[in-house]
Design a protein around this ligand. Sequence first.
Ligand SMILES: O=C(O)CCC(=O)C(=O)O
Length: 271
Amino acid sequence: MLTEEEKWLFDLHGYLILRQVITVEDLIHMVKHCDRWHAMKESELPPPLCSYSDPETEPTAARAILHAEYADPVFDRLILNHNIMRAVLALTRERPQHLLSALTVNKPDSDEITLHSGTSGGWRNPANDYQAADGEVFATFINVAISLVDVPPGAGFVCIPGSHKTYFERPEHININTGPPTVVNIPVNAGDAVVFTEALCHGALPWPCEDSPRRTMFQRYCTSYASWSPGSGPKEEHREKISEGVYEMKQQGGCQGPKKIVEKLVAEING
Ligand SMILES: O=C(O)CCC(=O)C(=O)O
């Protein structure tokens, strides 16, 4: 699924940039829906859409609207996007579970997104692991940041390349503004995706454009047999709003055999 060079890069850096993973039509559609939903109050969002934090009570937090796939088929099919699944299937050894989608808007006055990872703070989350072995790369928790806008240099995603394998605690003075070679900014174009393991130390630089916000769709996947959180899995009460394949992709599963949707995706991607 991943080329030898992609595996080498992911092992070295902890992330991979996938260029132009969605069509221009889907991109335009997603931006339109993103702007429409982000203009709504929390109570106006179509269920089960909801925000991490209600903008009325936390106005400076970058608002992330969850579960867009239940409200629109273009967001539903994004979860099974072949260009993205190629990486997710390889990284999970064909045992993926879709955990959460978060359609996020960052404005110049949004709170800073400080450096963090699933392994920082002196606590190593056993469900957030990275390994390379048997000629493959393996990650149990993957975040895919699909940018819906062009992100200029000096804004957006930053990370400490290689930090997914770090043993030592990060010195306190290292932060999102530290700059290269320690903290690297990844400018992308609309339609590009950054696939990274949550074990990678990452954050984001403030958004500079007053007239147009940064819009990103974050898709989170884990290995289907890792118990990430008790509530993970499809929302049964809204089951009819998502496709059969996405429903299965959201289910937990054993490590023994691949899900049917995975077999289908592998056959389609391998052509
Ligand atoms: O805005 C970004 O690019 C960083 C987002 C982030 O830190 C996360 O999704 O965990």
